[in-house]
Design a protein around this ligand. Structure first.
Ligand SMILES: Nc1nc2c(c(=O)[nH]1)N[C@H]1C(S)=C(S)[C@@H](COP(=O)(O)OP(=O)(O)OC[C@H]3O[C@@H](n4cnc5c(=O)[nH]c(N)nc54)[C@H](O)[C@@H]3O)O[C@H]1N2
Ligand SMILES: Nc1nc2c(c(=O)[nH]1)N[C@H]1C(S)=C(S)[C@@H](COP(=O)(O)OP(=O)(O)OC[C@H]3O[C@@H](n4cnc5c(=O)[nH]c(N)nc54)[C@H](O)[C@@H]3O)O[C@H]1N2
Ligand SMILES: [Mo]
Length: 784
């Protein structure tokens, strides 16, 4: 795939970043985006309400929002997300009169969304290749008529993870009453490895750590998560922990700035003074995919210490009372030699022993992790290996300890809690059937990768998207786009235009919705909504900014409209009453899930919200054996496709990741400040030794080709090489530009999360076109 370069030009440069994260750079970046989005009218007032009681939940990440917030409870990237939504810019029907979809398909992702908020319901017109204005009632009626003509299995209902608990609950009922469990969602590309791994190991699909645990922990391990860009508000509890001298031990192939040093932009003293807080006390640049071996090394060192000390290092009482599988796990650890573990992890024995020593000395250890663990072929085993380490010293089910996956979208965890899943066994079928009078379909539905397979083989004919940018988020872009164009129907509920909207298939509708920051008034009454964060905390919020257009409808209203136009009367679901009063949806949620949501209407206003029950945090293990389970990994090669020594000397392992200036496929701009890259995203970060070994030079233009399944050409470029501090054999480049390189089948076993963090690629010399050259990094930036 040819990279689409943005229309707006600014000169590109690369200058290694030496300051702390946060600080003035962060303040400056917030001002910039408010200005660019012309959002200074509404955004500053909105920012004061962000993540506050009776305010709105930030539309960026899912990190917990404290019950007693700071004066300004938002980060640089949260502020960007707010400005992006409250922008004064508009993409109305006149815009589509001027631009055909063929024309818009040449636009870069940034330029499409930057053009502003969608304002009117639109229908695709094949004759003119344009979106044209339609009315809501017409759109609902036509979509309903189309859906009624299809077999239920032929449609899928995708959810991106921003919609409220109320909208998500309605959405899964819509799919099930329509007749399928085809509910793929973004967590299928994200933390599904967590849901599968933790459920099996400790009997809950979510993390056990809450914000309060940060105040009591005495050691934090951090694996494969870029906190400074992707959950910056977490830097506050981390900084506070550091001030208590809590060690933080990080495993990441890249030296991410937010994991190194932080200046709190909300503290005048820190902003004006010379000091920053050192975040990581040990920083281990593990090889991509080397974490299982690294954790195995730590476990090996712990076992050695335990044996030498006569059993005083591990928590043998906890292991005996609460776990099973320990002996098998120990045998597995013993089987692996140090040279093997060093080779696979890219770390030496002394480094792993140093980590083990701190772990052994600490009473309350938590492990935080992100996509660096889940998006691998063995992503589920990665997660389970972290649990094994915690269980060795009873670090689950006690204050200050536990497992902490950092979720992505702000309500992605919550949407799963209220039924967005392809597996009907995971929803309270009997309750739904008794309450709503329809039969929940028994057949397992399609998750994200299955949906893609269905689009490829033509069995999926209609796609309904509740948010998201599916075509950009999924792997194998060059195979998926042509297949997607054959869809009978593409319906997207969205705030902004993106590439998924530009491949309409035979029929397409684009339905513009309110964002969460905006007032949602139904029949004259202001509505509130609820979300669940990464720590299992559920709370109420309210948007107060004026809506971005008169025609915008809430997601709840749109789902109700679609449902009424699509379903017959068999199901007794009060769509219209729910639309009028969201409290009635919450009442239904409480009835279907009473253990979690009882008395929701009052508890949702508690400061910081209420916690869902987490049996594992009470040391009740809802696993098949009734114990917490040590589960030995099947091997150390985290990726069978990328095993070294398979004759691919020229292949390096590529991770695809986020810059500091994007939210997933939403590209705010071209400033990856902490990595020092400005004005371009067409770059690949490589180790200098690899660059030389493979016969290239820093600054050179290359295309990347996937080195597995060579009979299929998967290629992205041209992009420029940056010599970077990354382990030998590893490379990094941006998502979503590199998604064409990820084969659809190259996903985590069992969870099917695309292995976006380990794609073997080879490099090939390339010629930049004029547009690429205009954004070239000057070679002098990389003088050795
Ligand atoms: N501003 C902003 N916030 C976001 C998002 C955003 O795009 N922008 N996205 C949201 C979403 S949906 C999600 S899921 C999260 C994503 O947040 P992250 O989990 O931080 O995801 P990535 O940016 O993809 O980066 C993953 C990190 O893993 C490291 N890594 C890669 N491979 C490996 C490996 O093999 N081992 C180890 N130990 N580390 C590895 C990379 O160097 C990088 O630091 O953030 C959420 N928050
Ligand atoms: N190669 C590679 N691929 C990846 C990843 C990776 O690290 N590498 N990460 C994966 C991960 S973790 C995730 S979560 C997915 C993300 O996948 P998605 O959730 O599908 O993608 P987003 O980019 O978050 O979706 C952005 C669009 O959502 C719409 N939107 C924004 N706000 C709202 C709203 O309030 N309501 C509605 N209805 N629409 C709204 C806008 O139109 C915007 O264009 O991508 C995955 N893909
Ligand atoms: Mo995600």
């Amino acid at each position: 795939m040819q990279l689409l370069h943005p229309a707006a030009h600014s000169t590109a440069h690369y200058r290694p970043y030496t300051s702390a994260s946060g600080g003035w750079g962060s303040a400056h970046s917030v001002m910039n985006i408010l200005w660019r989005e012309q959002a200074y009218a509404k955004a500053p007032a909105a920012l004061m309400r962000q993540n506050k009681p009776k305010g709105f939940a930030c539309v960026s990440c899912a990190w917990a929002k404290p019950g007693n917030p700071h004066a300004l409870e938002f980060c640089e990237n949260g502020a960007k997300a707010t400005a992006w939504e409250l922008t004064s810019l508009r993409t109305g029907p006149d815009f589509f009169e001027q631009h055909s979809l063929t024309d818009l398909r040449t636009w870069a992702d940034h330029d499409l969304e930057q053009h502003g908020r969608l304002t009117h319901p639109l229908r695709y017109d094949t004759a003119t290749d344009r979106y044209q204005k339609t009315s809501w009632e017409e759109a609902y009626a036509e979509i309903g008529a189309q859906l009624r003509q299809l077999q239920p299995e032929e449609a899928v209902f995708y959810a991106s993870g921003r919609a409220s608990l109320e909208a998500s609950f309605m959405y899964q009922l819509l799919a099930r009453a329509y007749g399928n469990n085809n509910l793929p969602d973004s967590s299928n590309m994200c933390h599904e490895s967590t849901s599968v791994g933790l459920q099996e190991s400790i009997g809950v699909p979510v993390g056990t750590v809450t914000l309060a645990d940060f105040e009591h922990t005495d050691c934090i391990f951090f694996f494969g998560q870029n906190v400074g860009s992707n959950s910056p508000r977490m830097l506050h509890p981390l900084q506070e922990a550091r001030k208590r001298n809590v060690p933080i031990i990080t495993f990441n192939p890249l030296r991410e700035r937010g994991l190194e040093r932080f200046v709190n932009p909300q503290s005048p003293r820190e902003m004006l003074g010379p000091d920053s807080t050192v975040i990581s006390t040990q920083y281990h640049q593990v090889a991509i995919g080397g974490d299982t071996a690294a954790v195995m090394g730590i476990a090996k060192a712990l076992l050695d210490m335990d044996r030498v000390s006569g059993g005083s290092v591990l928590d043998h009482d906890f292991i005996a009372e609460h776990t099973d599988g320990f002996d098998t796990f120990v045998a597995d650890v013993d089987r692996h030699t140090w040279p093997e573990l060093e080779n696979r992890s890219g770390l030496n024995r002394s480094a792993l022993e140093a980590a083990a020593t701190v772990y052994a000395r600490s009473e309350r250890v938590m492990i935080i992790y992100g996509m660096g663990m889940t998006q691998h072929r063995h992503g589920v085993e990665n997660v389970q290996m972290l649990v094994n380490l915690l269980l060795m010293r009873g670090n689950i089910g006690k204050t200050g300890a536990g497992i902490c996956p950092v979720r992505g979208h702000s309500n992605v965890q919550g949407q799963r809690t209220v039924g967005i899943t392809e597996d009907p066994a995971k929803v309270p079928k009997d309750k739904i059937e008794a309450l709503f009078g329809f039969k929940v379909p028994e057949r397992k539905g399609l998750a994200t990768v299955d949906t893609c397979m269905g689009i490829l083989d033509g069995s999926v004919k209609a796609f309904i998207g509740l948010g998201g940018n599916f075509l950009r988020a999924i792997p194998d872009t060059d195979r998926m786009e042509p297949a997607w164009s054959r869809l009978e129907m593409n319906v997207q509920v969205a705030t902004k235009l993106n590439r998924t909207h530009l491949l309409p298939g035979k029929r397409a509708w684009l339905l513009p919705c309110l964002g969460r920051i905006e007032r949602d008034v139904q029949d004259g009454v202001d509505q509130v909504y609820t979300t669940e964060d990464s720590t299992g905390c559920i709370r109420a919020w309210q948007g107060r900014s004026e809506p971005g257009g008169e025609q915008l409808r809430s997601e709840v209203a749109i789902i109700a409209g679609l449902a009424l136009a699509t379903l017959n009367d068999e199901a007794r679901i009060p769509w219209e009453a729910w639309r009028q009063d969201y409290a009635k949806i919450r009442a239904a949620i409480s009835e279907v899930y009473p253990e979690i949501f009882h008395d929701m209407e009052s508890r949702m206003w508690e400061p910081g919200g209420f916690h869902r029950p987490l049996p594992a945090a009470q040391r009740q293990w809802k696993t098949v054996t009734g114990k917490a389970r040590f589960i030995a990994p099947r091997g150390l090669d985290e990726d069978d496709d990328v095993s070294p020594g398979h004759g691919a000397r020229d292949a390096i392992q590529l991770m695809t990741l986020r810059s500091n200036d994007q939210f997933n496929t939403t590209i705010y701009g071209y400033e990856d400040r902490f990595r020092g890259v400005s004005g371009t995203r067409s770059v690949v970060f490589m180790n200098r030794n690899d660059i030389v070994r493979l016969g290239f030079a820093p600054g050179e233009w290359v295309t990347l080709r996937t080195a597995i399944e060579p009979e299929v050409l998967r290629e992205v470029g041209p992009m420029q090489i940056i010599a970077y501090d990354i382990p030998v054999g590893c490379a990094a480049a941006y998502y979503p530009e590199c998604n064409p390189l990820v084969p659809l089948w190259h996903h985590a076993e069992r969870s099917k999360v695309p292995a976006a963090k380990s794609v073997p690629v080879t490099l090939h010399k390339a010629q930049p076109d004029a547009r690429a050259r205009a954004r070239a990094l000057p070679l002098k930036d990389q003088v050795v």
